[in-house]
Ligand binder design. Structure first.
Ligand code: SF4
Length: 269
């Protein structure tokens, strides 16, 4: 007989622990095999990553060493995105007008700026106000941080990249918006950041990606692993989410130590 999810010696499958294990295994299996987890090509959400070395690993599709830990926050985020997409589509249907372009795929670069063909699905584009809308689901402390210190530059770049993609399709984006939804709070906690769409922000990010590509070609760390150290790293608390983060690693061909030890990482925001 095949093992079933949750099966473990001494644990009754209909006990609370048996059911907990069964659900956890099924969720982890679905999460590991979700399209986003399996995405190999670089996307607009990653282009503005502050760490050139992380981008380099991504561009080379380097074997990962960090699964990112508990996937629940990202599962909640994905489920919320699906719900919001349905809500906007419903609004389109009920109003009889296709005001919102929902989860539309746009081509951000045909390869002429960064050297890579790059595209992705944008959460929403409001054709009434020509606004790119990107949904973010965040915890309390991150929400507070963005409100007081400003949003991550990586997010601003992502939104402008989508804007560029819509511009390439003949639309005229004016505004980029990041809608932050509280992961554990109420709808009243929704906070929206806006900025004027700036094509140059997107182009500069694509050019930066192109310089990393040039460095990879020149250094060729696949053939010469010792060259990894010449790809600069921008370590931060975000290292804990980096697929190539390996605390204590001294071999960049295996993983990058970042600047956090495991204890710091466990408490990083
Ligand atoms: S672990 Fe940190 S410093 Fe190293 S590649 Fe990843 S993000 Fe960059």
């Amino acid at each position: 007989m095949f093992a079933q999810p949750g099966d473990a010696a001494g644990v009754e499958p209909d006990s609370s622990e048996g059911i907990r294990r069964m659900l956890t295994e099924i969720i982890l299996d679905a999460s590991t095999n979700a399209p986003r987890s399996c995405q190999r090509r670089i996307g607009p959400s990653e282009v503005g990553d502050p760490c050139p070395r992380r981008l380099a690993y991504k561009l080379l599709d380097w074997p990962t060493v960090n699964d990112g830990g508990d996937p629940w926050p990202s599962i909640v985020g994905t489920a919320t995105h699906d719900w919001l997409a349905n809500a906007l589509e419903r609004h389109n249907r009920e109003s009889g007008q296709k005001r919102f372009l929902v989860e539309e795929r746009v081509e951000v670069d045909d390869g002429t700026v960064s050297g890579y063909k790059l595209g992705g699905s944008c959460d929403a584009y409001d054709t009434a106000t020509h606004t790119v809308i990107d949904h973010k689901v965040v915890g309390d402390s991150v929400m507070r941080k963005y409100k007081t210190e400003g949003v991550r530059e990586q997010y601003r770049i992502q939104a402008n990249l989508y804007g560029l993609g819509f511009e390439r399709r003949g639309l005229t984006p004016q505004t980029v918006a990041l809608a932050f939804y509280p992961r554990g709070g109420m709808l009243g906690g929704l906070w929206v950041w806006t900025d004027v769409y700036e094509r140059q922000v997107a182009l500069d990010a694509l050019k930066r990606l192109g310089t990393i590509r040039d460095a990879l070609i020149a250094l060729d760390p696949e053939a010469r692993p010792q060259m990894w150290e010449h790809l600069p790293a921008t370590a931060s608390s975000a290292c804990r989410f980096c697929p190539w983060w390996k605390p204590g690693s001294t071999d960049l061909a295996v993983g990058c130590a970042g600047n956090l030890n495991p204890t710091q990482a466990a408490t990083a925001a």
